[in-house]
Design a protein around this ligand. Structure first.
Ligand code: HEC
Length: 154
């Protein structure tokens, strides 16, 4: 299996989290140029992503890694298949060594922040702020194009 070469697993994990785009969703404010100090990375976001899958909240990974063993976290990354927009289909392809490095990096950052809200069922209005990812004008798709289930109206 491929793996990242780095001085130590924590450095490999920092690199993988950065290029793996984990901060895009799990770190508030990252989208404004990526200038968030590392101490504030991966604390989760209380703004929901609402779509045909319901509403999901990027988890607080700083707390999740403290509550899971390394083996359990690696198992989650490599096997879990849950709701969008978490890119499980990409993360499932991590090699074991790289998944372990991600755990080591996030674990070393230490616990921070609060747990995020639980996911809300499809069709239910969330009580929190949310982004609306409901597909629009789907009838305008070219004939013969097949949208995935995550792009169909709830
Ligand atoms: C496009 C947004 C997005 C990106 C990018 C993303 N995540 Fe997520 N992640 C989410 C959302 C939303 C959830 C909650 C999913 C749910 O509730 O079903 C989640 C859940 C998780 C969970 C489950 C935690 C729990 O609550 O048990 C883990 C672990 C995780 N993400 C790790 C990562 C890692 C590592 C990366 C980078 C390789 C990453 N995520 C990139 C949005 C994202």
């Amino acid at each position: 299996m491929p793996r990242v070469l780095a001085a130590d697993p924590v450095s490999a994990g920092r690199y993988l989290v950065t290029v793996g785009a984990c901060n895009d969703c799990h770190t508030p404010g990252w989208e404004e140029g990526g200038q968030v100090p590392e101490a504030d990375w991966l604390v989760g976001s209380p703004i929901g992503w609402r779509g045909p899958w319901g509403t999901t909240y990027p988890s607080n990974l700083r707390l999740i890694v403290q509550s899971l063993s390394e083996d359990a976290f690696v198992q989650v990354l490599r096997t879990r298949k849950e709701r969008p927009p978490m890119p499980w289909m990409n993360v499932n392809a991590l090699s074991e060594a790289d998944a372990r490095a991600i755990y080591r990096f996030i674990h070393a950052l230490g616990p921070r922040g609060e747990p995020m809200p639980a996911a809300v069922a499809p069709g239910e209005k969330p009580a929190t702020p949310y982004f609306d990812f409901t597909p629009q004008q789907m009838e305008r798709l070219p004939v013969g194009t097949s949208p995935g289930t995550a792009t169909q109206r709830p």
